[in-house]
Design a protein around this ligand. Sequence first.
Ligand code: MG
Length: 382
Amino acid sequence: MKNIVLLGSTGSIGRSAADVIARHADRFRAFGLVARTSWRELAAQAERLRPRYCALTDEAAWREARSAMPAGTELLCGLDGVKEIIARAEVEVVLAGITGAAGLPTSLHAVECGKTLALANKESLVMAGCVIMRLAASRGVAILPVDSEHSAIFQCLRSGRAAEVRKLILTASGGPFLNRSAAEIAAATPDQALKHPTWNMGAKITIDSATLFNKALEVIEARWLFGVDVDRIQVVVHPQSIIHSMVEFIDGSTIAQLGRPDMKVPIQLALSYPERLEGAAEPYRFDEPRTFTFSPPDLVRFPGLRLGFEAARAGGTAGAVLNAANEVAVERFLKREIPFPRIAAVVEEVLGRHTLIPTPDVPAILDADRWAREETARCLPR
Ligand code: MG
């Protein structure tokens, strides 16, 4: 029985993970469920999964929820409460399903406590990849990717040795504006940007798919997670989202991982690894003629991806700055306060003004994050 803590339990990843745990109740136990404010949904999940602990990081939500938990589930409050749950000896796997920079402290804590980290929070590696990977290596902690592209690469890498890998090929759906002109993209509204053609995800990541900042973050994530040079990471647009990513080996062989776009597959694999369990999703069927297409990404219409490669190459605090500036800009775009192209433009401005720290520690990373948020707010209309 694997004891699992779900961080971001009521979000898109957390809900799918709860289904995976419920389906394999003989293998997995939800030991802890953590959310920020959605206490009603958390209480409903607790009713269904009967965790030992729940936690709400928002104090007002915690106060509301105190009488709503089922018997046998203890409700803790705030980041300290979450850290207490993660540190418990019974916990084996922590699934980091929180969106954004807010996920970093708990990812770090999980690795510090020696827990296997099933990582959907790509920002942890984008911001602090150098620190987390070093810490994980020193503690002998496994970081198992939940991001579908990285899960695909993780699976493909098992076909050869590290020294035999030539290239990691990340696929990108291209998002809703793949075939739109620059003028159409410039006029894009939040409603248009929130209509993702193949994946059903949270609002922030869906906007990031439209700007290709999601792929930018994934390039940086891959660079740290797999320890490869940025120049050996390629992005290819594959709008069907069936091939989730590929690895090219030195002999000219390329291994791909395929499946329907369903996050339950990478979530379940990260929880069950090194085993595979049945039934995460229906397999992709090849009995109908279908066309798979591939094209290079357009870095002019989608400057966010160019900035991602530049930040990955720069290393240090560049990832934290790119991520923070993008988070602030996406929030403003969703409130209809800035036009769509301003997101990438302001990220570029802020990156340009940043004084890079090449090998930062955690406080320096958090400083860079804070500075970038203030700087972005300063650049945008009030
Ligand atoms: Mg992804």
